[in-house]
Design a protein around this ligand. Structure first.
Ligand SMILES: Cc1cc2nc3c(=O)[nH]c(=O)nc-3n(C[C@H](O)[C@H](O)[C@H](O)COP(=O)(O)OP(=O)(O)OC[C@H]3O[C@@H](n4cnc5c(N)ncnc54)[C@H](O)[C@@H]3O)c2cc1C
Length: 427
């Protein structure tokens, strides 16, 4: 059978691209290697609660994810996190993260004084008077402009949590689109650049979620694709473009490099991230002692987790579903390069330290340990070069498009508009 279009990879990128194609009347087939579609956006049930097993929120930047949710009839399900703020866990105690920052970079260093200390804050403020300079990575940029404390206490913990990578390995434009231009406009000042980017973002929270969990989006996408005549098949690994007869191909996976036989180098293989979800009977956590969660500085060696999300403090819909005194806590493990394999006792101990509340096995009502591999490509300078080479190799190929976090950057706010554009380039 000849298809108008075949999409390889049924993650969010592949599904969004397929939806675009079926809406244009194309007979489209989605092929997904795993037993379920959605990729890093997945659901699971823990202690009777339906929860996200991977991604749980989306950045509001650009408004593209909200627009997709609107089109899928999910407008009323969009939720804003509780405005409790988050913390960073440091060797000498915990400090609040700046609420108006970008990847931990403070728009106003003085607002982060409690976490940076007087010396760190004073050093960060030099950013306003230092002459403009160029930087080789995000880490280099922050160190030059604001100093080591901002890097170690704010940016490295946040970037480790979001990208499972070190800021010294990341290209600035790959993780903070718009920042290089804003730096140019603001004569090199990082604080002023962050402030101007935050001011131009939509009002309100920088992230939002979906009642019932972000994975509800996957179900809605599949239903819409099938309602428009598309076909979604799981358990099929595409090893060659000869596997199907198609007029158009959307390759929504890094295996595009092999499928097309491109000699451009290897994209980053993606970090190993392990998520441990704990459902606890713990009324002491009703007070949300660490707001929506805690990011861990590398220098803090008393825990092995890199981040903790207090999900029932962050999402009111989840607190309601869990019921009084019951809490959902999610810990993530695996800094760049680590192959972390935490067990439940390690996770309980880490949660106790990070939340400052003793938590024991007899409070545990259920737990899940989910390992993600290849799902979070680290946008290093080398990876960014490979992506540029892939894009220019694919552009002249008729009927072929690539999309996904590996080319667009991590996170739904990057993946969704890129996948739509990839599909439209074939119409
Ligand atoms: C633990 C975790 C938490 C995250 N949290 C957030 C968050 O809160 N907010 C946010 O915005 N982003 C978050 N992200 C990032 C976000 O989930 C991803 O950027 C996004 O989901 C990537 O979508 P994708 O379709 O590009 O890739 P994937 O989700 O990786 O999907 C690719 C799919 O292609 C399939 N595939 C690969 N090769 C083949 C082949 N040859 N044949 C057939 N199928 C193939 C894979 O099985 C996979 O299902 C998180 C990621 C992880 C891992």
């Amino acid at each position: 059978m000849t298809w108008d279009a075949v999409v390889v990879g049924g993650g969010i990128a592949g599904l969004v691209a397929a939806r675009e194609l079926v809406h244009d009347g194309l007979r489209t087939l989605v092929l997904e290697a795993r037993d379920t579609v959605g990729g890093a956006v997945a659901g699971h049930t823990v202690a009777g609660l339906r929860l996200d097993a991977g991604a749980e929120s989306f950045a509001t930047r650009g408004g593209t994810v909200a627009a997709l949710l609107d089109e899928l009839g999910l407008t009323d399900s969009v939720r804003t996190p509780e405005p409790l703020g988050a913390w960073v866990h440091l060797p000498h105690g915990d400090g609040p993260l700046p609420r108006t920052g970008l990847l931990g970079i403070p728009a106003d260093p003085w607002a982060a004084r409690g976490t940076l200390g007087l010396v760190g804050t004073a050093r960060a403020s030099l950013d306003l008077v230092l002459p403009a300079s160029s930087a080789t990575s995000l880490g280099d940029l922050v160190r030059r402009r604001m100093g080591a404390r901002v890097l170690d206490r704010l940016v490295r913990p946040v970037v480790g949590g979001v990208h499972a990578a070190d800021p010294d390995d990341l290209a600035v434009d790959a993780v903070a689109p718009g920042l290089p231009d804003a730096l140019g406009r603001e004569r090199g000042s990082l604080a002023r650049a962050v402030r101007s980017l935050r001011a131009s973002a939509p009002a309100g929270s920088a992230v939002q979620g979906v009642a019932g969990g972000l994975h509800v989006l996957v179900d809605a996408l599949v239903a819409d694709i099938e309602a428009h005549g598309g076909t979604v098949r799981t358990g099929v690994t595409v090893g060659s473009l000869d596997d199907e007869d198609a007029d158009r191909w959307v390759l929504a996976t890094p295996s595009a490099v092999d499928l097309l036989g491109l000699a451009v180098g290897r994209p980053d293989p993606g970090a190993q991230v392990t998520l441990v979800t704990l459902v606890l009977d713990a009324p002491a956590l009703d007070a949300a002692p660490r707001g929506t969660g805690v990011l861990v500085a590398r220098e803090a060696t008393d825990v092995t987790a890199k981040a903790l999300t207090h999900a029932t403090a962050k999402w009111a819909w989840l607190a309601l579903a869990a019921g009084p005194g019951r809490h959902v806590v999610r810990l993530s493990y695996g800094r760049g390069g680590d192959d972390a394999a935490p067990d439940i006792d390690v996770a309980l101990r880490d949660a106790s330290v990070l939340l400052g509340t003793p938590l024991s096995r007899d409070q545990l009502q259920g737990h899940a340990i989910v390992r993600w591999t290849e799902a979070l490509p680290r946008p290093s300078v080398a990876h960014t070069r490979v992506v540029a080479a892939v894009r220019s190799a694919v552009e002249p190929l008729a009927g072929v498009a690539v999309c996904g976090a590996w080319v667009a950057g991590n996170g739904l706010a990057s993946v969704v508009p890129d996948a739509r554009a990839a599909a439209r380039s074939l119409l």
